[in-house]
Design a protein around this ligand. Sequence first.
Ligand code: PLP
Length: 402
Amino acid sequence: MLNLDFHPSGRHFLQIPGPSPVPDRILRAMSLPTIDHRGPEFGALGREILGKIKKVFKTRNPVIIYPASGTGAWEAALINTLSPGDQVLMFETGHFATLWQKMARRLGLEPEFIGLPGYEGWRHGVQADMIETRLKQDGDHRIKAVCVVHNETSTGVTSDIAAVRRAIDAAGHPALLLVDTISGLASADYRHDEWGVDVTISGSQKGLMLPPGISFNAISDKAIAASKTALLPKSFWAWDEILESNQNGYWPYTPSTNLLYGLNESLDMLLEEGFEHVFARHQRWGAGVRTAVEAWGLEIQCLEPAVYSPVLTGVVMPEGVDADAVRKIIYERFDLSLGAGLGKAKGRMFRIGHLGDCNDLTLIATLGGCEAGMKLAGVELASSGVTEALDYFANHTLENAK
Ligand SMILES: *Cc1c(COP(=O)(O)O)cnc(C)c1O
């Protein structure tokens, strides 16, 4: 009897914008036996990782590594630097900015959530001039931090972090700058020191190509100073004990040993390839995927070409089409996972991840699954996006992709 249950063969297409596909080289590194996290071998590994991780954030300062998802590192950034009732200025770019804002409120902070009116903000990046205007009104410096998401994973829009730094400086305001680049790091250009960021938050399962489970705080001297007087309760997340243990390559509690093996391998892969190459590869994939969306005659969620995300593309469905129903068909028929529309974007669009361990042909197959699935769902397409994307990839090398 033919079994009609779902028994996929070959590899699942994990084209959500995180977790991203984990390369075999990393999976093999993680399969080694777990070692004593207080032994000398571990100390050497810890010191090596803590040195190399700084290069990804482009910082000379320490980077804290937590055995937690990205959400934990969000919390760590807020509670290490702020006190109960502190005002924080947060910018609404999408669902992740919204969740971070909710967290700030739950922690006893007073977030002020600004952004473009209505749904507009979910189709644009940060508006640094709005931050500058608001900070200039805050003459007695009650705002203690400005929080921005660098790569808004719910929409496929990046934000210009250097511009936010300039806005804070132009206002002559002492607020800390906290930035979430959970999905941007190691796929999109990011510069913690040069952009004057005080705390950068990231996670393992996106550009770093690891499974979920570790996350990061890169910290400035100003953030470390703030952590000494900040009064929100903290223990597990407190930087001071971690920094002290890290000096010898250890952690105050049991770290995620096998994920750290994977991180060490991921850092080697990225450093061997070189960040310029990694970023160019993602830019080119983004351009190829957008070529397909345009050929389909569909809208891209991001309305500002200057801030298209190199990590993912949000594909807007025509009026009356439920994006989740389309995704369901694509998943069931082609074993391909796409990102759902989140929050205000639920049902309106789906997201194609093009980050980490992909290549031209996995993306062509992904676009093939999207195209066939949309046709099955009755979405009218202007022309074949797969054909256009294939031409784009055939005719553009990393050098001539813009
Ligand atoms: C994935 C993601 C998060 C949440 O991270 P978790 O690991 O799911 O806790 C937060 N912000 C952004 C921008 C993300 O992409």
